[in-house]
Ligand binder design. Structure first.
Ligand SMILES: C[S@@+](CC[C@H](N)C(=O)[O-])C[C@H]1O[C@@H](n2cnc3c(N)ncnc32)[C@H](O)[C@@H]1O
Length: 196
């Protein structure tokens, strides 16, 4: 069983008590089995990624059943999972944990290492989707607005990324067209092209 606390100080300062795996599993069981691969999830106090990891595993199982173009399906699966935590070490642990789950799933189900272009794409997405900040103020520790990207993973290997301020997403409470930048880039050749 993994520890639910790291220190008494962190419990006192940040209310940090990780959710036990059984409770995570019970809550995940409430999600529909036929949830779309693209369903978006945000964990506003993600800790070391207990819920993020469980959602990712569920999505990867679905991707593996869908079969075709598994590289793209894996990228889609991770691109719609978002997390924020106020402590940097939790953010790094969550990202590493997610990447590890993906590379392990790829290896055990596909029978080969995940290609480096997919590892790079996943790492880049994790860096932008799981971020350090204060969810209550929607700001980072140095007072910058928290931003999230909405990803569109094209068949061709291109990715469109629209970047939003988290505060605008909260305010819109649904459809939000107020993106602050839009980029298109390829995860096959590491090419980044600004399109708006
Ligand atoms: C009770 S733990 C839950 C962690 C994780 N969700 C889980 O279930 O295992 C609360 C987490 O919220 C983080 N946290 C506390 N205040 C926060 C804030 N204002 N913004 C973002 N994260 C915060 C803490 O660092 C801690 O990791």
């Amino acid at each position: 069983m993994s520890a639910q606390i790291k220190s008494r100080k962190r419990v006192a300062d940040f209310g940090e008590v990780y959710t036990a795996q059984k409770q995570v599993n019970d809550m995940l069981a409430l999600l529909p089995d036929d949830m779309p691969l693209e369903s978006t999830y945000l964990e506003p106090a993600c800790g070391n990624g207990n819920f993020l990891a469980a959602i990712l595993k569920k999505k990867l199982s679905k991707a593996l059943l869908m079969g075709e173009n598994i590289d793209r399906l894996f990228v889609i699966a991770v691109s719609s999972i978002y997390g924020v935590d106020i402590q940097e070490d939790n953010v790094l642990e969550s990202r590493n944990r997610m990447l590890h789950i993906m590379t392990q799933a790829y290896k055990s189900h596909i029978g080969m290492e995940m290609p480096s272009c997919v590892v790079n794409a996943v790492s880049s997405i994790l860096k932008q989707n799981i971020i350090c900040g204060n969810t209550l103020t929607a700001e980072s520790a140095d007072g910058q607005p928290l931003t999230f990207c909405e990803w569109e993973i094209k068949d061709s290997g291109y990715v469109i990324c629209k970047e939003y301020h988290f505060s605008d997403l909260i305010e819109a409470n649904g459809e939000c067209n107020k993106y602050i930048s839009k980029h298109r880039y390829s995860w096959l050749v590491d090419e980044r092209i600004k399109v708006a």
